[in-house]
Design a protein around this ligand. Structure first.
Ligand code: ADP
Ligand code: MG
Ligand code: MG
Length: 889
């Protein structure tokens, strides 16, 4: 949809004169721009300005990175309105207009481009600013900040050069801190900075404010495609945006004296959800100083001591914003000479725990209703509530042993244990190598995100609760302790020093993101429970969902855990997992290696009682709920040892020659085992395997019924591609059921269904024929995806990253169901199956069963249930409710 530049409105003004944007225009104005307009509209004190649309950013890239024609005319027009409204003029020697230039896309991408403040200053305007404010030092301080920021962000002059010059001036005036440099020093510094700028950029620092503005706008657009922004969108799965907007806003100053200040706050605690105004502020400071962690800010609760009226005004604004947006807000504010200004508001990022509490509280406060509450909690974020915490006993013992090193800020809850990694790259590398690491940094920045993403936890020594590390970690539910000031980090030496002790990259620490505690060694963790607000939310979810949620479980313990999390049955029990335990594998291997029927039957006889016991355990744990048992699925080769040594040991155990083992293993080798002798094909070749498994199942079911345990059994035949296959195996299964009943003289009622997995494209295509033979369908979307794409799921690592990087695929189809392609087969399977059997029970048992987007699809095509790993069950329940509510509208 290429638009011609002339036809597009490129800038939207906000201020007293007029406000053109609306809160609903986030796509066009970015989140920051839309809300600046919105806050202006509801009468909040917002410094006026205008927003250049995200469309213009799109045009910029269409025009081979040139600002589209007509843009600067619109910019000049808006600057004109701004000058009139503020009574100030760009570059004026009496009362100069200064602006900030801020990026802001529809989705929040914290810190992707540094904001440029004080734009509009030049050699003349700086005198004007000094006169207007009666504060010469402040004026030159502002000017040197602009040259530095503009030089760094717009013209690519390394910040280091400016630092060196600053240190020289500080030395000259014997100043330790920036703010001890006197006026003369600041004037000299501005000259030095201009020289540095010219030397490294090749041209002098632009004196024309409009030229500064044009270059800054372009820099914002450029920042959209810089590698770290691209990477951030990738990690966060942000797609489909036009670009970033640019906000040009008149400056207010928090750094003009002790009646000034700046701060950031959340209307409620974003970490716990507690309904308490939560934030930090710094007296006599400018915007970024709080986030950058230059000085340690004060909590807003201390503000009344400094300025009671401002604190009161802020609390009023907080209430007003929550009533208006009906959600937690994350705000930025600045106080200029005792007057409060709002600079930003957006929905506050919060932890999963906070999301749950806030949703429940807001329902109680009648701000939102249950349905909104259910829809507001990102289902995937519940993972955080299902994360382990340190066992109180283990932690108490560790503390008694003097293992507590220090306490930082509880920036993002959870418990993390790991060795120390000192750079993001190191964290990435060591995690991939299978280690658990904590990323230890002075403070993180956007370039660290991949390391932060992979690390088990994050520990920083500076920075507050709203520092980069804290905000990003909370967004991901990564455990983070921030601002642990006693931790001295030696990045080069790969060690830290705390309380006189030194720890290297090989030492293990435990950090508690809920308390800020940093401890030596590995402390035991525990699984969470479903209670309180979490249980309330689950109750609401159950009220609105229609999809059932089952679990994939192979052991009674997993089944029990899943049941506690609300699972309504087992959707997939992979019987092969049972064979790896203890000495069962020996019996299994004996069965596989048997080269004649008799030996195989003998081995199977040994396996039968073990399987029966497993099934009794499962049916008991899930009594009253359906349990789907899949018959043996993987290629037999997978169960065998492959190196000579292990083969030799096996030969000894089975009392056969090593050569025999070696030959059988070689015989069983397949070129493409995933497409080879596996699934129902095993049962076709070795009916005795099916016979043994079904016998174990039926005997277990009978044993349960006799103990008055309600066993609801679903026998599932995997990898079926034709109706004939299923018919034959179904008949065999039924025959075994009858035979066992007969042998046991059992005359009671057994609940046993015989169904199949739909995981081969041909099965979906012929689901009407297959449906005639099946009591139920379960979509095995792992294999279905593998076979539909022709992507070997064990080998995708070699090429899938390139597919994602080149946007050939929006996401990994094994994580989130490919609705467009694989989804068609699922839909076809359901429709065709139900065309021959009305109401045929259909579910999904692939990994996708726990993915919120895939669950939405499952709801839409009318599946009866999804099945996922135990700890994703609550996520699936919530996602199912969200799907139902979203489609009910
Ligand atoms: P980010 O997206 O990284 O938060 P912002 O654009 O919000 O960047 O700006 C960075 C800092 O500069 C913030 O603290 C903000 O409050 C401050 N700031 C931005 N514009 C102005 C302005 N017009 N006057 C005063 N401070 C500003
Ligand atoms: Mg920004
Ligand atoms: Mg901001």
């Amino acid at each position: 949809m290429a638009k011609t530049a002339g036809a597009t409105k490129m800038a939207y003004y906000f201020g007293k004169t007029k406000t053109e944007g609306k809160s609903t225009q986030k796509q066009l104005l970015g989140g920051k721009g839309a809300n600046l307009a919105d806050m202006t509209s509801i009468g909040l004190p917002v410094p006026p300005g205008f927003t250049i649309t995200t469309e213009v950013c799109g045009l910029y890239y269409q025009h081979k990175q040139k600002l589209p024609p007509g843009l600067m005319d619109e910019v000049r027009k808006n600057v004109g309105i701004l000058e009139k409204e503020t009574g100030k003029k760009f570059g004026d020697s009496k009362s100069p207009l200064l602006v900030s230039v801020r990026s802001g896309a529809a989705a929040s991408m914290p810190g992707m481009m540094n904001t440029i403040l004080n734009l509009g200053l030049n050699d003349e305007a700086v005198v004007g600013l000094a006169n207007a404010t009666q504060n010469e030092r402040f004026a030159y301080d502002s000017y040197r900040r602009l040259i530095n920021m503009f030089g760094d962000v717009v013209s690519g002059v390394d910040h280091e050069h400016f630092e060196v010059a600053f240190d020289k001036i500080k030395a000259k005036y014997k100043a330790k801190l920036d703010n001890e440099v006197p006026l003369e020093g600041m004037i000299e510094l501005c000259e030095a900075y201009k020289d540095i700028y010219k030397k490294h950029f090749g041209k002098p620092f632009p004196q024309d404010p409009l030229e500064q503005l044009e270059a800054s706008i372009e820099a914002v657009f450029k920042s959209w495609m810089q590698p770290r922004a691209v990477k951030y969108r990738q990690v966060e799965n942000i797609t489909g945006l036009m670009g970033t907007a640019v906000n040009v806003q008149s400056m207010v100053f928090g750094n003009m004296g002790d009646d000034c200040g700046t701060g950031v706050a959340f209307t409620r605690n974003p970490s716990t959800g507690e309904n308490k105004f939560y934030g930090e502020f710094l007296v006599n400071a400018q915007g970024e100083d709080v986030v950058a962690g230059i000085r340690t800010p004060l909590p807003v609760a201390e503000m009344p001591k400094w300025n009671k009226a401002i604190h009161k005004a802020l609390l009023e604004i907080k209430d007003l914003l929550e009533k208006h947006y009906k959600d937690v807000q994350d705000i930025e504010f600045t106080i200029e000479r005792g007057v409060l200004f709002m600079l930003q508001t957006r929905n506050g990022k919060r932890t999963g725990a906070a999301a749950v509490k806030i949703a429940c509280d807001m329902v109680k406060e009648k701000l939102i209703d249950e349905k909104t509450a259910v829809q507001r909690i990102p289902a995937g974020d519940l993972t955080q509530l299902l994360l382990p915490s340190f066992t109180p006993a283990a932690k108490a013992a560790a503390k008694k042993d003097g293992k507590l090193l220090t306490v930082g800020l509880p920036a993002s809850p959870g418990a993390a244990v790991g060795k120390l990694a000192f750079t993001a790259a190191e964290a990435v590398e060591r995690t991939h190598a299978g280690e658990k690491v904590l990323l230890v940094r002075k403070e993180t920045n956007p370039e660290d995100i991949d390391g932060m993403h992979l690390a088990a936890g994050i520990l920083t020594s500076t920075g507050g609760m709203t520092s980069h590390a804290a905000v990003v970690a909370r967004g991901w539910g990564r455990c983070c302790v921030a601002g642990a000031g006693e931790v001295q980090i030696d990045e080069k030496g790969r060690k830290i020093k705390v309380g006189g002790k030194t720890f290297t990259h090989n030492d293990v620490l435990s950090i508690d993101g809920s308390t800020g505690e940093v401890m030596v060694g590995e402390i035991a963790t525990q699984e969470p429970k479903l209670s309180g607000d979490f249980a309330t939310v689950m109750g609401w979810a159950d009220k609105y969902r229609t999809l059932k949620v089952r679990t994939n479980a192979d052991t009674p313990a997993d089944a029990k855990r899943a049941r506690e999390f609300g699972a309504e049955g087992i959707g997939l029990c992979r019987t092969e997992h049972m064979f790896f335990e203890g000495d069962r594998i020996v019996a299994m291997r004996a069965m596989i290696l048997a080269d004649n029927l008799e030996d195989r039957k003998k081995a199977l006889k040994n396996l039968l009682p073990l399987q029966r016991k497993d099934f009794v355990g499962l049916f008991t744990a899930m009594k009253g709920l359906p349990v789907t048992i899949r018959l043996l699925d993987p290629p037999l080769h997978e169960f065998l040892p492959h190196d000579a040594k292990a083969q030799g040991e096996l030969a000894k155990e089975l009392n056969v020659s090593p050569a025999f083992v070696k030959n059988r293993v070689a015989q069983l080798h397949e070129q493409n085992p995933m497409l080879g002798h596996r699934g129902c094909r095993l049962a076709v070749t070795y009916p005795e395997i099916l016979e043994t498994q079904v016998t174990a199942i039926v005997e277990a079911a009978i044993a349960c019924v006799e103990k008055k345990i309600d066993a609801q059994v679903e026998i599932m035949i995997p990898l079926v591609g034709t109706a004939a296959e299923l018919k034959m195996l179904r008949d065999q299964t039924q025959a075994v059921i009858d035979a066992v009943k007969e042998a046991k003289k059992f005359t009671g009622k057994l609940n046993i269904l015989i169904g199949t997995m739909i995981e081969i494209p041909r099965a979906a295509l012929t689901a009407d024929q297959i449906g005639e033979q099946a009591d139920f369908f379960s979509f095995g979307t792992n294999d279905l995806t593998q076979m539909t794409f022709g992507f070997s799921r064990d080998d995708i690592n070699t090429f899938l990253p390139d597919y994602i990087n080149n946007e050939l695929l929006a996401q990994d189809p094994f994580q989130s169901l490919d609705v467009t392609g694989v989804g068609q087969l699922v839909e076809m399977g359901v429709t065709k199956g139900r065309s021959v059997k009305k109401g045929l029970k259909c579910g999904i048992c692939g990994e996708h069963g726990g993915d919120p987007a895939s669950i939405k699809f499952c709801h839409t095509v009318g599946l009866d249930y999804v099945s996922c790993s135990p700890f994703r069950v609550p996520i699936a329940r919530l996602a199912a409710a969200q799907a139902a509510l979203a489609t009910a509208k």
